[in-house]
Design a binder for this molecule. Structure first.
Ligand code: GAL
Length: 965
């Protein structure tokens, strides 16, 4: 059997050990390598002739050779373990390097941080070894193969191997040497295992550092700041230390020294433990406000730069995220250093996922085949050994979505034995016998609630085993994945958070997922996803499901998450209360600022005196507000950083709240006459077509009148997963995407123009009676729309039920020059019924182009909620102001809903010569049905009668403040 197909994890590789910063010489072998791609695995040794070049670390499929491939669960080769297909793209990599003159003569180690998926190494033409395990390090002893001066290094990388059966994560298949390659002078200190615990009762820290030193000469452990000078293996107790936590990531610099080598460490004292079914750190229950993070860079794939890693973590910290699950493999080791430094709790997950075996009904699943145990255990060992010194890592995860299997028992047992100081996690074995946590993915709210109260249904898998079931039910719960951020969404975050925070058993969750995996290929402008290469088997855009767009710009979903998981809450206004939801720290790093705005304009502001509030406690504040003024007044209270932190500068906002103190007075609009002249009806500033009743001119500008609109360009979450859960099918079956409008009567009744219509889909008997009532004075036009569903929306024996509408409102067009938008209402970003916590009332100015949210796959986006009024004007400042009664939702685009729906990539959207405006009473929420539950009540817009009113007035207006809005 060929080495890339056998079940040997590696040949010639050294024992796994910690990732260490050593004083011994090192030589980076990153850079330009020579490269040649073979369609199938060649024989013999790589020889550099007629080759191209490749950047290492990197994936050849992102550098013009072959192409990337995305599947969600499917293996892109026959399921025939452990064999690889003949079509096994194989990249030969070759480079020369010069050994520095002062390179020690006592040996060397060649270290690969990550090679996908299997490789063989030659040094100066002599084979040094082979390895599998893409996201794990491998080291080879190569000193005896080196010569002074010029040396050659050749690496043959096979895309497919037996290891690929363990690497079926939902992500791009990206072969190559994608992490650093380094030549290390032979380490004298081979390994270090730091045990730094914290006793929360006494405040003492205990440090014990185990070392593996060749020839075992005496090593010395030093922590200068604590005055510690210790022997390896001997515990030293320091009476007072500052503990490490994600909130206060206190690290102490330390060294381990032997003659000839110093290893630098950064030590965090912390103790994690299970106490009465609750996972604690330093004596307090932990609560994860987490994200699942894949490594992704739009151009570099998983070949991450340290800058991008830091950027991820800074963005997480800035958005109140306190935990990361390294879905679904160990990240680049530098990432964990940054987690230690910036402060995040980490679930470090092993590079194991055998998901594609769902297509054999789990027949042959490696997780349950003892023949695969060595390969799996090798991966666990390489992760634990590499990452064991990071205080940020508190949980080891055995794998993702690999079903049940006895091999997990072996992995868990080894891990607990090797590192009793951390917990073990595995979600997919429903007995949870090897896990310290109960966990699920994407449960509906009611299931989560039941778990919180320990009243969940007994899983089938433990039903026959009372003691296993009792063990499972006693476990704390962590939501491994929820809230699928695919396209526009997720919705419902606030609902999840309320339940997660209510029950001590629920220790938080990890949102799916951090970043969209859209790739930008050389020379392209659109991000690609599955199917963009004409491949038959692919996962389409299921990997475009992140809180960051592929270029790392935060999406509205991240802004919403930040608001929902605020670690400090402000409620009020009377009384105004600050609640500290942190676990370890007070609030004296924050400054509390208040401001009062009238119609969006700040009229008063100040600073609140907030004494420190201990974690878990609240404090009431007295705030005397300015006297009433008859217009809408909004109090905003903000908690901002008082001083710079490593991840944000002073003034960065951590939490905020708004309170509407006074509603504006509503003044009736006086009625003016309707004037008929030929085919035209004139009313205030509007001109209407006599026969259709449609508004054709508004304050002298050509428009196409507001008509009822119930449709939106379905979001990924509307569509659901493979047609399951989603609402789009129901909406289409009810014909909402093909509504026709019939005008029944156009009447002038007193001073009102009344247009009665019926809006209904082709081919069905259901419909909506829609009446538009127009009235005016000289510069205000008022429209009231009555919407009355009729027919069998509830379904019949032959027609399906339609329980909701995407939206209720009107659509109209304006001249394309009216592209400047100013509004007073919710903003600055988009918001939807179940994703609107982050929308704050203010006065905002944007262009129509700015209002678009750049989802990789175009879909409904950009709605602004709670809009009191909005102005759309041209460059000269002429245009129209729309006012709600009291509020409406605003959407403006340069293309139609139908264009948006048809587009598959952003470049498919071309501006038309109008602006398309949607003025809505409401829209249905977003939900998370692309993987999880759809929007739930009360965020669903039911099929029901509705009435809403809008006012239109010209801009500039004689004096808008004196007019009723
Ligand atoms: C989960 C899985 C993830 C991802 C997600 C949907 O089941 O663990 O890897 O596929 O669903 O995007």
């Amino acid at each position: 059997m060929r080495y890339f197909e056998d079940l040997t994890p590696s040949t010639g590789a050294r024992e796994p050990r910690a990732w260490l910063r050593s004083s011994r010489p090192r030589l980076s072998l990153n850079g330009r390598w020579q490269f040649r791609l073979w369609p199938t695995a060649p024989d013999g040794e790589p020889r550099p002739d007629g080759w191209g070049e490749l950047e290492v670390p990197g994936h050849w499929v992102l550098q013009g050779h072959d192409r990337p491939r995305y599947t969600n669960t499917a293996f892109p080769f026959p399921i025939d373990p452990p064999y690889a297909p003949d079509a096994n793209p194989t990249g030969d990599h070759f480079r020369w390097f010069d050994l520095p003159d002062n390179w020690p003569a006592d040996g060397a180690v060649l270290r690969f941080e990550g090679v996908d998926s299997c490789f063989k190494v030659w040094v100066n033409g002599v084979e040094a070894g082979t390895a599998k395990g893409s996201r794990l390090p491998s080291e080879f002893t190569v000193g005896h193969l080196l010569r002074p001066g010029r040396n050659s290094l050749a690496v043959r990388v096979h895309q497919w191997s037996s290891g690929s059966y363990l690497e079926d994560q939902d992500m791009w298949w990206l072969p190559g040497i994608f992490r650093d390659v380094t030549l290390l002078a032979r380490p004298l200190i081979d390994d270090v295992f730091v045990h730094a615990s914290y006793d929360h009762l006494t405040g003492a820290g205990t440090l014990r550092v185990e070392t593996v030193v060749e020839g075992a000469p005496d090593a010395v452990v030093r922590v200068p700041e604590l005055g510690v000078v210790a022997e390896p293996g001997v515990p030293v107790t320091v009476p007072v230390v500052e503990p490490w936590s994600a909130e206060l990531p206190r690290l102490y610099d330390a060294t381990v020294e032997v003659p000839g080598e110093t290893v630098e460490l950064r030590i965090g004292f912390r103790t994690v433990a299970m106490v009465d079914g609750v996972f604690t750190a330093n004596g307090r229950p932990l609560f994860f406000r987490g994200v699942n993070r894949h490594e992704h860079d739009e151009r570099r794939g998983r070949a991450m730069t340290v800058e991008a890693m830091r950027q991820d973590l800074v963005l997480m910290k800035q958005h109140n995220v306190n935990a990361v699950r390294t879905a679904h493999y160990p990240p680049h080791p530098a990432f964990l250093d940054l987690c230690d430094e910036l402060g995040l709790w980490v679930i470090d997950e092993c590079d194991i996922e055998t998901h594609g075996f769902i297509y054999t009904d789990w027949r042959g699943n490696p997780a349950d085949d003892p023949a695969w145990a060595p390969m799996m255990l090798d991966r666990m060992r390489r992760m634990v050994e590499r990452d064991k010194n990071h205080p940020s890592v508190v949980i080891w995860s055995l794998a993702n979505e690999s079903h049940r299997g006895r091999n997990f028992g072996e992995l868990a047992a080894w891990t607990r034995d090797r590192d009793p100081g951390r917990a073990v996690f595995y979600e997919r074995d429903r007995t949870y016998e090897f896990s310290d946590f109960y966990s699920l993915m994407y449960p509906p709210l009611e299931d989560l609630e039941a778990i919180g109260t320990r009243t969940e249904d007994v899983p089938e898998e433990t039903a026959g085993d009372p003691s296993l079931e009792a063990r499972r039910r006693a476990l704390p719960f962590v939501l491994a994945e929820y809230a699928h951020a695919m396209g526009n969404g997720p919705g419902g975050l606030a609902d999840y958070q309320r339940i997660l925070e209510r029950y001590p058993r629920l220790q938080g969750g990890f949102l799916w997922e951090w970043i969209d995996h859209g790739l930008l290929l050389p020379g392209a402008t659109d991000h690609v996803y599955g199917g963009d290469f004409g491949e038959q088997l692919h996962g389409a855009n299921f990997c475009i499901d992140g809180l960051l767009f592929p270029d790392r710009t935060p999406s509205p979903g991240l802004t919403e998450y930040k608001k929902v998981i605020e670690p400090v809450r402000i409620t009020g206004p009377d009384p105004l209360v600050v609640h500290n939801h942190r676990t370890f720290t007070g609030v004296d790093d924050l400054e509390f600022l208040w401001s009062v705005a009238e119609d969006g304009v700040e009229v008063d502001a100040g600073r609140l005196d907030v004494p420190d509030v201990p974690p878990g406690e609240s404090i009431e504040l007295g705030l005397v507000l300015p006297a009433s003024s008859g217009v809408e007044r909004v109090l905003t209270v903000r908690a901002v950083l008082a001083k710079d932190e490593a991840w944000a500068t002073a003034g960065h906002e951590v939490a905020w709240a708004q309170f509407v103190l006074e509603e504006p007075a509503v003044v009736a609009v006086p009625a003016g006459p309707v004037v008929e002249s030929g085919d035209v009806l004139r009313l205030g500033g509007g001109e209407f077509d006599r026969s259709t009743g449609r508004l054709t001119r508004l304050f002298g500008q050509e428009v196409d009148g507001p008509v009822l609109d119930l449709w939106r360009a379905p979001t990924d979450n509307d569509n659901g997963q493979g047609g399951r859960n989603g609402v789009t099918q129901e909406w289409r079956a009810a014909g909402l995407d093909r509504l026709l409008h019939r005008v029944d009567t156009v009447d002038v009744v007193d001073d009102e123009l009344v247009v009665r219509t019926r809006v209904a889909p082709e081919g069905l008997g259901v419909g909506v009676r829609t009446t538009y009532r127009w009235s005016a004075d000289e510069d205000v036009l008022r429209l009231t729309v009555d919407v009355e569903p009729e027919g069998e929306w509830g379904g019949t024996a032959v027609t399906p039920r339609c329980g909701s509408w995407p939206r209720v409102g009107v659509r109209m067009t304006l001249p394309q020059a009216m592209e400047k938008v100013r509004w007073y209402g919710g903003g600055p970003g988009e918001a939807y019924a179940d994703s609107r916590e982050a929308a704050r009332v203010g006065l905002y100015t944007r262009t129509v182009d700015d209002l678009q949210t750049p989802y990789v796959v175009p879909q409904e986006n950009g709605a602004r909620v709670d809009v009191r009024w909005a102005e759309l004007t041209d460059a000269e400042g002429n245009g129209v102001r729309v006012t709600g009664a009291p509020h409406f939702q605003l959407t403006a685009r340069r293309w139609t809903t139908e264009d948006l729906e048809a587009a598959r990539h952003r470049s498919d959207l071309t501006p038309r010569d109008h602006i398309y405006l949607n003025l809505d009473l409401a829209q249905t929420g977003l939900g998370s049905a692309s993987c999880g539950p759809a929007a739930t009540a009360p965020h669903i817009l039911e099929v029901a009668p509705y009435t809403f009113t809008l006012h239109f007035r010209p801009v500039p207006s004689p004096d808008p403040r004196t007019k009723a809005d």
